[in-house]
Design a protein around this ligand. Sequence first.
Ligand SMILES: Cc1cc2nc3c(=O)[nH]c(=O)nc-3n(C[C@H](O)[C@H](O)[C@H](O)COP(=O)(O)OP(=O)(O)OC[C@H]3O[C@@H](n4cnc5c(N)ncnc54)[C@H](O)[C@@H]3O)c2cc1C
Length: 404
Amino acid sequence: MAINLDDPKKFRPLVGQAHQVAMNMLRPISRKYDKAEHEYPKELDMLAAMIDGLSESGASEGAGAAGVKRTDDGADGAVRNGTNLASVMSIAEMCWGDVGLLLSMPRQGLGNSAIASVANDEQHERFDGVWASMAITEPGTGSDSANIRTTAVLDGDEYVINGEKIFVTAGDRSDAVVVWATLDKELGRAAIKSFVVPKGTPGMTVERLDHKLGIKASDTATIRFENCRVPKENLLGSPEIDVKQGFAGAMATFDNTRPLVASMAVGCARAALDLTRELLERAGVTVDYDRPALAQHAAAAKLLQMEADWEAAHLLMLQAAWMADNRKPNSLEASMAKAKAGRVGSDITLSCVELAGSVGYSEGELLEKWARDSKILDIFEGTQQIQQLIVARRVLGLTSAELK
Ligand SMILES: Cc1cc2nc3c(=O)[nH]c(=O)nc-3n(C[C@H](O)[C@H](O)[C@H](O)COP(=O)(O)OP(=O)(O)OC[C@H]3O[C@@H](n4cnc5c(N)ncnc54)[C@H](O)[C@@H]3O)c2cc1C
């Protein structure tokens, strides 16, 4: 059987469009919002309206953060390239433009991916068009997300939420926050559910914004919940505490979002490779893709090695998204894609700074910014170490209690 590694033909217009937007709309304002941390990039409003228009006309196939869902249209058994694949491909292009700005796009939050992944039909409709951020991390809980302390207690027709969430991407600007809270601390991970909390709900307060190494265009918020009441219909998925299913319900979101984060790393690293190749050429070093690396200039050989790493991350990203489109379990592949792309994304962008010398380190080019921006992609939605742990558990057939 032949394997065709070309991008699916039907996504070429979408990818081309995303590339144009990245080049003409994101790159020109990239440095401005890297400097103006916490200032809302108002240029994105127009862009978001354009993307909404494309989605409504059907032209974008529902790509983007909210495109990551498992549809039932695979029931005929046919192999398909669907919205998960379209999403990773278009997001990679947008991040070739700017990761921080992509993370600030209205209605494209990680909370939108969570809604797309686990909401029922009524909730899909009700939360359509809402910009949703995602709040899992707490002051005492990061990688060990099964230990979250935020509680949700049913009182009549409402859940009452209490707790504190930190590092919420787009937490200030979004219209709603998808909050992870436990229905019963005694029942452990099975009792963790996610809740959509609209902004303006009494009891929810954005306390502060954090200053960061990179993705400065994106706001990162601390949010407090004090007797914050939401209708019980805002619990995403089933309210039942299924001890047998354990954490699987909540974790399903990650199977869809980790390929997205991998695609951000792939896009940012691609930007660094493209510019570095250009800078090397200007300095008289041509990279020949058809000759052995060892027969070339040391800088060209390094670039070729990085291209190989990039390609591996790119293919893992495509595989994980394709499996989601084809309703295949992809937890292992989603973690492999994120682990590989997160690590090589950071390595590549920093090595490009090194290869370009003082030009790479200075603010005259965006290379130093991409090296700062890419680091977070190896941290959020599960760190490098956590992805490796998940891969090891899956490969060795061990439970989370057996391998920690
Ligand atoms: C800019 C930014 C944006 C973010 N956006 C969001 C967001 O939108 N929503 C959200 O909920 N969270 C968000 N986060 C939080 C992010 O997901 C966490 O920082 C991440 O999960 C790691 O948790 P932690 O910082 O508590 O580190 P810890 O879990 O304390 O880990 C510290 C170090 O120990 C390692 N480690 C931990 N456990 C193990 C283990 N068992 N084996 C080996 N190594 C281990 C980790 O890999 C890491 O290197 C964001 C963070 C940042 C910095």
